[in-house]
Design a protein around this ligand. Structure first.
Ligand SMILES: Cc1ncc(COP(=O)(O)O)c(C=O)c1O
Length: 373
């Protein structure tokens, strides 16, 4: 099937790049002696997760219980729900556990530990629970050098209906730096903070089965994972404009683009309008600190080559492109198609219902995306 037969806006997934990105990370995990538990929130797609987990034990990380249910229905049986659990989600989590799935939860809150223990006890199930640790992002998690970083694991370990799974962190602040060296510094710090906390817990006779880390920038560049058991990168499977600008990958590694059509030409302002607006691309500002002209994504031609343009502004279903180059502007007509390399592939993918699988210039398949909550 040719690209012309696809409705716009639509997602194109370069499958050869997906396979290459998957192989590289799988190999890195093996070489470093760690388990790979990829975060599937990037794609929310069964077929992509199968590629990612090939050669590993099939464990995955999810960001919603809807993802957990969809992947559980499709053969994935070891799932970490990597957002702190709260009591409003206990019933759904119990249902998933009761369906025979190993659903691991995480928390940074002592009261939630007690409530979860009680809820699990009432229905006779046992959850594996991680302590969420803040290694510098300051989003969620306990500070590693505090008393509660010891007390909460002790509480989980002593709870009748919970099993202490270990400690887990995500170095989200690796997105805020400017150079590869800075990413590496964050990566080593993420590792060292976690190894240090695991040592402290073990010195207090608290068993730490798993030390889990991982973001795409840190896992793409880390050189030594000594003391770590598991990594959970997600975005690496597609990468995007942000990651390539940051230096986690090259532009040739980026696998996801949005196919779009030109719907208007404004000759007075030499401006093109496309049918990919905020609900097709997301409004993520991307690597604006590194590239002030990044806009809302890079504009590529149908073969995936750079045009030198970016999406300069977005409304719900309209995207605007300032076409600096007079020749390109003259050449493009209403109805012509372009591809957009979005700033943040996870947010872009989450707004669509399926991927069109692109292999050697042709569409060879269509894969479903499981969104929702
Ligand atoms: C807890 C957790 N683990 C892993 C990841 C994956 O990180 P990345 O998207 O950088 O690959 C995320 C992403 O937000 C996360 O929140």
């Amino acid at each position: 099937m040719s690209l012309d037969s696809i409705k716009t806006p639509g997602l194109l997934l370069d499958i050869l790049r997906v396979r290459r990105n998957a192989e590289r990370m799988a190999e890195k995990a093996k070489q470093n002696g760690v388990r790979l538990r990829p975060h599937v929130k990037t794609h929310k797609c069964i077929e992509v997760a199968k590629i990612q987990t090939a050669g590993h034990n099939g464990a995955i990380t999810v960001s919603t219980l809807a993802e957990a249910r969809a992947f559980a229905r499709n053969g994935f049986s070891d799932i970490t729900y990597a957002v702190p659990i709260e009591r409003g989600k206990f019933a759904d989590a119990i249902k998933i556990l009761q369906s025979g799935i190993k659903l691991n939860l995480l928390t940074d809150d002592a009261e939630t530990v007690r409530a979860l223990d009680e809820a699990a006890g009432k229905v006779g199930v046992k959850f594996d629970v991680f302590l969420k640790v803040d290694c510098g992002t300051h989003r969620v998690g306990v500070e590693p050098n505090t008393a509660e970083a010891i007390e909460i694991p002790r509480l989980i370990s002593g709870a009748k209906n919970l099993h202490f799974a270990g400690i887990l962190t995500h170095a989200g602040h690796s997105y805020d730096v400017r150079t590869k060296e800075d990413i590496l510094t964050v990566a080593r710090h993420e590792r060292d903070v976690m190894v240090g906390l695991a040592d402290r817990l073990r010195s207090q006779s608290i068993e730490v089965p798993t030390v889990s880390v991982g973001s795409t920038p840190t896992m793409s560049l880390i050189d030594d994972l000594d003391g770590i058991d598991e990594i959970r990168p997600g975005n690496y499977i597609f990468y995007d404009n942000f990651q390539a600008t940051l230096g986690s990958c090259s532009f040739e590694d980026t696998a996801l683009t949005v196919l779009t059509a030109v719907i208007h030409k404004d000759a007075t302002r030499r401006r093109l309008v496309i049918d990919a607006g905020a609900i097709a691309l997301s409004k993520d500002r991307g690597p604006v600190g590194l590239d002030a002209a990044c806009g809302y994504g890079r504009v590529l031609d149908l073969e995936g080559n750079e045009t030198g343009m970016s999406v300069t502004s977005l409304s719900q279903e309209h995207g605007e492109i300032e076409a600096g180059d007079a020749d390109i502007f003259a050449r493009l007509r209403v109805g012509d198609r372009l591809r957009i390399l979005a700033n943040h592939s996870c947010l872009t993918a989450a707004q669509h219902s399926h991927y069109h699988i692109l292999e050697n210039g042709s569409i060879v398949d269509k894969w479903e995306i499981f969104s929702g909550w």
